[in-house]
Design a protein around this ligand. Structure first.
Ligand code: MIC
Ligand code: SF4
Length: 654
């Protein structure tokens, strides 16, 4: 039997274990990326491991999330990241150079290579045929130090694309369609591999939109073959040497196959407030909108924005709509500026934002109360925009620009008098890497002094697990709790390098005015030696890779999470910071535990050592249930070593 592309890349990179579905494997990581909001912790932990020159082929540190600079925190982070990158042999892409995933695709991505990134949208690199995986910053630090990355050998879902997209139907509609089929939960342990003749007619930026938002499925990653489209893109980036053709064998067998006929797709939207709440634009058309934003790592490529500029040329944005465009990279912005497209956008009434994450992570442009905001982004979790009760719809750039002109959610096919502007991939991109600082030679590296502003605080190490745990249920939450619920971004994002400060807003969305906060209650218990416990429903920890969603609760004394199910990256982060991730053996037991219950786990340490289950009891003796531990041997060792940092130090000294 032939191999899938995923199997081929995994077997070429296998460093530990055997390629048997569901078994734990370690793979060699060729490239890493970090961004500023996760990068400072990642590099602080990398330094704690001993630092030195990275052992990967290539590592890049990007600044793209925290750029507004209200107060000194952001700039302190940038200076730390730039100097620690120089000290570690890491490329540094400066603030303003663009969003990590877009720039990495343009300047560094390489078919067939593995990429580990401290950002959940790292799978964008799958658009160029990389096996690109999102992880916590500590996992990325280990990879920079030359350690393998551990994951469960995935099941491979073949998504067979046939036909061709019709005018005004976009790559975004492909991934929205897939989200409508698979939803955001229940896909842990899968990788999506695209195949079928429809693939040939999708450009690299279109493929990257699809693999990018594949993160919302909760899969490990998504990947496209590397073919003529890939070669053309790399050649236009003056990187043809990085090209190699790659595809699954013709007789490869997938664990499941889904077929999507591109011809049958229509413009879609993810409605508030989940990326899998999909409706067709025809269904929701006519709804008034007051804000439209085009950008983010999902939809801000040159071809996307040229299409937008052509539609806007000679027209005017609806007077009731605030309309913004954030180009994905400086390369894109430069090209739009040079060919006049930028002027067309500005003339039409667009506000041009800098190349970065911006509104996608609540850094400004929050919508007014009660209005519909249309965005080309990948996430619309409640409140992520910075407005409580927000109504964010995720759409393609085609739908976004059409709606910006009419002031109503508009199917772009219904836009009167506008023919679809087909944008060709340029033969040559305008390349200018002068905002990327390359690694230095050893003599220059030795002279670098790492700059650490006072807002950069080395995170506290986790405490070893107790033999028996006396715990208190600090919070009971429902299904699909995202890491944005656990650790809000927006105005708090600038606190990422300062755990004691950032921890104050853990689960802020559940805090009630005039009542003690989650953090306050947790710290009070911690001071009495009582462990914090979180009870959750399905798909706990969806979304971002932010390890702060484990690190900050750990700082507050949380030692156990008991959920119906936990998402992949978050579960790894919990283990890395020595929080034990239990699942309910019987999901019905979830209903029998309430906030403020006292729980005992007498056999905690023994269970972590060697058992797949443990008894958990209410301290008053009224109820007992079974917690399931789905852990690899390595996970157990990490927990027993009080977290990944200690575990790695131990391994290095051995
Ligand atoms: C996001 O899109 O949620 C982020 C912000 O890029 C995160 C990373 C972070 O929280 O810093 C992600 O996707 O992993
Ligand atoms: Fe940035 Fe948004 Fe992409 Fe996250 S999803 S990397 S915040 S643009």
């Amino acid at each position: 039997m032939g191999q899938t592309l995923v199997e081929k890349i995994l077997s070429q990179h296998l460093a530990d274990g055997t390629l048997v579905t569901g078994e734990q494997i370690g793979i060699r990581i060729d490239q890493t990326l970090t961004q500023d909001a996760t990068g400072t912790t990642s590099y602080l932990l990398y330094e704690s491991m001993g630092g030195g020159r990275v052992k990967t082929d290539l590592s890049v540190s990007y600044v793209d999330h925290n750029m507004a600079g209200f107060g000194p925190e952001n700039h302190n982070d940038h200076l730390y990241l730039q100097t620690v990158a120089a000290k570690s042999g890491v490329y540094h892409s400066r603030a303003g150079n663009g969003i990590c995933h877009q720039v990495h695709l343009e300047r560094f991505g390489k078919p067939g290579a593995t990429l580990l990134g401290s950002d959940s949208h790292t799978p964008t690199g799958g658009g160029i045929g990389m096996l690109a995986i999102g992880a916590g910053g500590l996992d990325v630090a280990v990879a920079m130090a030359g350690g393998p990355f551990y994951l469960k050998c995935p099941k491979v879902l073949g998504v067979k694309l046939t036909g061709e997209l019709n005018d005004w139907v976009a790559a975004k509609d492909v991934i929205l369609k897939l989200l409508s089929i698979l939803s955001t939960k229940g896909n842990v342990g899968w990788v999506v591999e695209y195949c079928g003749d429809g693939v040939e007619r999708l450009s690299v930026p279109q493929r990257a939109t699809i693999t990018n938002m594949g993160a919302e499925l909760g899969v490990t990653t998504s990947i496209f073959p590397s073919d003529e489209q890939t070669r053309t893109f790399l050649a236009a980036q003056k990187r043809e040497n990085d090209y190699q053709p790659l595809a699954a064998d013709s007789d490869a067998e997938y664990d499941r196959v889904i077929e999507i006929d591109l011809n049958e797709l229509e413009p879609l939207a993810a409605c508030p407030s989940s990326p899998d709440n999909i409706k067709s634009i025809r269904e929701i058309g006519g709804l008034e909108t007051r804000q439209v934003v085009i950008g983010s790592c999902t939809n801000s490529s040159y071809t996307d924005l040229m299409m937008v500029a052509k539609v806007l040329k000679g027209r005017r944005v609806n007077e009731m709509v605030e309309f913004a465009i954030a180009p994905g990279s400086r390369e894109v912005l430069n090209m739009l500026a040079e060919n006049g497209a930028l002027a067309d956008m500005i003339t039409a009434g667009a506000r041009v934002l800098e190349s970065g994450c911006g509104p996608c992570i609540g850094q400004g442009f929050s919508p007014a109360n009660g209005v519909v905001s249309l965005r080309t982004f990948n996430r619309n979790f409640a409140g992520r925009s910075g407005t409580k009760g927000d109504q964010v719809y995720l759409v393609s750039p085609e739908t976004a620009v059409a709606s910006a002109l009419t002031g109503k959610i508009t199917d772009p096919r219904d836009l009167p008098g506008v023919t679809f502007p087909k944008i060709k991939m340029p033969n040559k991109f305008v390349i200018n890497d002068n905002m990327i600082e390359p690694p230095l030679d050893d003599a220059e590296t030795a002279k670098i002094e790492i700059l650490r502003g006072p807002t950069i605080v080395v995170p506290e190490a986790p405490k070893p697990l107790p033999e028996k745990l006396a715990g208190h249920v600090l919070l009971k939450c429902g299904d699909k709790i995202t890491t944005d619920h656990i650790m809000p971004a927006g105005t708090f994002l600038k606190l990422r390098s300062n755990v004691p400060e950032y921890a104050k807003v853990v689960f802020n969305c559940f805090n009630e005015e005039g009542k003690p906060t989650f953090a306050g209650r947790a710290l009070a218990l911690k001071s009495k030696g009582v462990a914090g416990v979180i009870i959750a429903g399905e798909s706990y920890g969806q979304g971002s890779s932010r390890e702060h969603a484990a690190l900050c609760p750990m700082y507050l004394g949380v030692q156990v999470v008991i959920a119906k199910s936990i998402e992949r990256i978050h579960k790894a982060n919990l283990i890395n910071f020595c929080i034990v991730p239990f699942e309910f053996a019987d999901p019905a037991d979830y209903d029998k535990i309430e906030r403020d219950d006292e729980l005992r786990i007498d056999g905690l340490l023994e269970a972590v050592k060697s058992s797949d289950t443990v008894k958990i009891a209410k301290t008053d003796g009224s109820f007992e249930f079974v917690g399931k531990l789905a852990l690899s041997d390595r996970d157990r060792e990490i927990l027993l070593s009080a977290g990944l940092l200690n575990y790695t130090r131990k391994k290095v000294s051995e």
